[in-house]
Design a protein around this ligand. Structure first.
Ligand code: ADP
Ligand code: MG
Length: 776
């Protein structure tokens, strides 16, 4: 508020200063104008005076040249001449009369003292008198000549002065052209003052030659003077013209001055108006500011009052605080001693507490280990109850590749109340199967992964796990295991889960996850991550006598992030692509294995665990016998058949807890021996194509699945239930090819017993009573 007021005051002061400056400038302007007018007036006066003096000079010269004296002299001379002429004439006449008288005089000589001689003496006197007069006149004439000469000199002088005057005048006229005002009157007065010059030229005829000569000279001079006068007139005329132009200029200047004056007047008026409005604005602003200031002042006053009351209430508080402070100060003085004592006792207490915590910790650690064992046991029990070997089916959706028409119609249906039942319409007959779980075509990758998640995590606890994708080519094995980059399958999801689980346990456990990728084609094992993928690898027993198997030369990559996994997958894929021109075909004839090893160390106990997760995308299970394959295709089919039936045998042997499990019958089972035996867990995902044209293969796959599942090692009830074989499933079974049958062929072990599960399907099915070999 105060700032706004001071700003306004500053603005007001500035405006006032500007006003003063403007006024001074206006006054200066006015005084300048007055001074200029006075100067102009002075100049005009000077010019007037000069003109008057020049006119006087001109008139004087005129009078000197042609007027008064000279004319008078001439008149006088003329008169004198006339008189002299008359006298001369009279004298001549007398002379003649005298000339005629001498004879008379001579005759009358002898009479001296006669009348004639007296007269002649008188005449002689008169003559001498006249001669004297002539002499006098001659003197006068020379005097006049002298005078004329003098006047001529003066005239030249006057001419020079006139020239100077003209030059001066020209200068003056230049100045006049800027500010002259009253030239017109001056010209008028000049006109009035310039008297008409009249020259009376009278011819003076002088009898006397000398007089005549003088006269003619005078006339010549007179002529010259007249020319001069004419020139003067010319000059005068020019001057008049100049004066006229000066007058015009003056008028223009006056008009300009008037215009300037009007402009000045207007500017002055505007300025006054602006000043007026500014003054009003200023007053208004001051009023507003004042009003605001008053309001603020009021608020400040109120605040002040509040603060005062606060102060009044605070004072007692301050007093109590000061008292407290003083008390505390006193206490603080004794504080170090107290502190030392307290520290001593606290140290003792802490020592005791640490000891207690330590013993508690030991106890907890012991309990924890016990719990860990218990958990493992429970988990094992759970898995055992669920069955160490679980079989699920996944039906893929109908795709474009299935084509159109009756062959591409859907032949698979599901039980809405039981997600472990699948119905297949084969050759017009409905066949039903019960597995651990059935995934419909609408099941997502995550849904499927959810089912296998527990197996994957058990790997962290040191269990070995195998997950197989089984089924005919094109049924979705690779999709389930690998998936697509946008929608990854079990492989990538499993590794991601392992990473997150490992991270969660990072405070207690240290984990090391490694990945290997291998393929078995025509019973040959190859390293997909190795530098030389075509190199054949062998499976060997560990030389340490532990009975463990290992593959010398199989590359293991340590992975720490999802990025690492992607790199490993990409590398394996590139290796496979460069190796085989038709990868799709090749991959359908080979088993692809991703082996994840999780090694963990318990930071507190030093306990070590190793779990293996084997993710296997099996070769296509379709039977090629019907197509009459030959050569390499037949050889491939034999190998596939052999390995798949070996797998079936091994699983059957494991489930029926046979003493001998024929692991060595194929490279696949031999390699996975560790992960299939003991506490290991196995999951088989049987991939199913839903369309009509694939029902034979679908039936074959589902039978395989059911048999694998029914070769139960779990509760007897279960074994009994699942052992039944439907007579309705009367299949024209034919071996896929003449592959050598594994020696330890597994048989489904249909035990007789009661069905613990509802057995809704089973009851519909008539037991065939005969056991069949695994359809491999
Ligand atoms: P396989 O590996 O058994 O030969 P694939 O995994 O290559 O079969 O699947 C064959 C085709 O079917 C592929 O184009 C795949 O994308 C598609 N497919 C399989 N399963 C699914 C599914 N659950 N959802 C969508 N498409 C699927
Ligand atoms: Mg595939």
């Amino acid at each position: 508020m105060v700032e706004a007021m001071s700003q306004l005051q500053e603005e007001k002061a500035q405006l006032q200063e500007e006003l003063v400056v403007l006024r001074e400038r206006l006054a200066l302007h006015d005084s300048d104008q007055q001074v200029a007018a006075a100067q102009l007036q002075n100049q005009v006066e000077n010019l007037k005076e000069k003109l008057i003096s020049q006119a006087q000079e001109v008139s004087r010269l005129r009078s000197e040249l042609g007027g008064t004296d000279l004319e008078k002299l001439r008149d006088r001379l003329t008169v004198e001449n006339e008189r002299l002429r008359q006298e001369l004439r009279r004298c001549e006449a007398e002379l003649q009369g005298l000339r005629a008288q001498p004879a008379v005089a001579a005759a009358a000589a002898p009479c001296p003292g006669c009348e004639h001689s007296q007269e002649s003496a008188q005449l002689r006197d008169k003559l001498s008198q006249l001669q004297l007069e002539v002499a006098e006149n001659k003197g006068v004439l020379s005097e006049l000549n002298l005078e004329v000469q003098q006047k001529t000199d003066r005239l030249a002088e006057v001419e020079l002065r006139l020239k100077d005057c003209l030059a001066e005048k020209a200068q003056e006229e230049e100045r006049l052209s800027r500010r002259l005002r009253d030239s017109h009157e001056t010209i008028a007065s000049l006109r009035a003052q310039s008297p008409p010059v009249k020259y009376v030229i009278k011819t003076v005829e002088v009898e006397s030659p000398k007089t005549r000569q003088a006269l003619s000279e005078s006339q010549a001079r007179n002529q010259h003077l007249q020319e001069q006068v004419a020139m003067q007139r010319q000059v005068l005329k020019e001057m008049e013209q100049q004066l006229q132009s000066s007058h015009q200029l003056t008028t223009q200047l006056r008009a300009q001055i008037a215009m300037y004056e009007a402009e000045l007047e207007r500017a002055h008026g505007q300025m006054l108006e602006e000043m007026q409005s500014l003054e009003e604005d200023k007053n208004r602003a001051i009023e507003e500011a004042f009003a605001r200031a008053q309001v603020e002042m009021k608020a400040v006053h109120e605040n002040l009052a509040g603060v005062r009351t606060n102060l009044l209430t605070l004072q007692p508080a301050l007093r109590t605080l000061t008292n407290d402070y003083n008390g505390l100060k006193r206490q603080v003085r004794g504080f170090p001693l107290l502190l030392q004592e307290a520290l001593r006792s606290v140290k003792a207490e802490i020592g005791q507490a640490i000891e207690e915590v330590n013993s508690n910790n030991q106890e907890l650690l012991r309990k924890y280990r016990r719990e860990l064992q218990l958990r493992k046991k429970c988990h094992n029990e759970l898995v055992r109850l669920k069955g160490n070997i679980r079989v699920i089916a996944r039906v893929r959706p109908v795709t474009k590749e299935d084509g159109e028409g009756p062959e591409a119609t859907n032949a698979v249906t599901f039980d809405p109340d039981d997600d472990s039942i699948i119905h297949l319409l084969h050759k017009g007959k409905p066949v039903s199967f019960e597995l651990d779980k059935v995934f419909s075509p609408w099941a997502s990758q995550q849904d499927v992964f959810q089912e296998v998640q527990a197996l994957v995590t058990s790997c962290i606890d040191g269990f070995n796990v195998c997950i197989f994708a089984y089924g005919q080519t094109g049924a979705g094995k690779t999709y389930t295991m690998e998936g697509t980059p946008e929608n990854p399958g079990i492989n990538q999801r499993a590794l991601q889960l392992l990473f997150s689980e490992v991270q969660e346990k990072a405070s207690d456990w240290e984990y090391n996850i490694t990945v290997s990728a291998a393929e078995i084609y025509n019973e040959v094992l190859r390293d997909l991550l190795g530098k030389e993928p075509q190199e054949k690898l062998e499976i060997r027993l560990c030389p340490d006598g532990s009975g463990q198997l290992y593959v010398p030369g199989l590359t293991e990559f340590r992975v720490q992030s999802v990025d690492d996994i992607n790199k490993v997958f990409e590398f394996g894929h590139t290796n496979r692509t460069t190796e085989f021109t038709n990868l799709n075909e090749h991959s359908s004839r080979s088993h692809a294995l991703l082996i994840v090893t999780v090694r963990g160390t318990d930071c507190s106990t030093g306990l070590r665990t190793t779990g293996k997760l084997n993710l296997v995308d099996l070769a296509g299970s379709e039977r090629v016998g019907k197509s009459g394959a030959e050569g390499s295709r037949l050889r491939e089919a034999q190998h596939i058949n052999k390995s798949l039936s070996a797998l079936g045998d091994v699983i059957a042997a494991l489930r029926s807890r046979q003493g001998h499990v024929p692991f060595r019958n194929s490279k696949l089972t031999y390699l996975l021996q560790d992960s299939l035996s003991g506490d290991s867990k196995t999951l088989m995902v049987v991939q199913v194509s839903p369309v009509e044209k694939n029902t034979s293969e679908t039936l074959y796959s589902l039978k395989f699945a059911e048999r694998v599942r029914s070769v139960e090692l779990g509760p007897g009830a279960r074994r009994t239930e699942l052992g039944s074989w439907s007579s309705q499933e009367h299949l024209e079974w034919e071996p896929a090819c003449q592959a050598p049958q594994p020696s330890a062929r597994a048989h489904s072990a249909p035990g007789s017993g009661t069905t613990s599960r509802a057995g809704s399907i089973r009851r519909k099915l008539q037991p065939s009573g005969k056991s069949r070999p695994l359809p491999v």
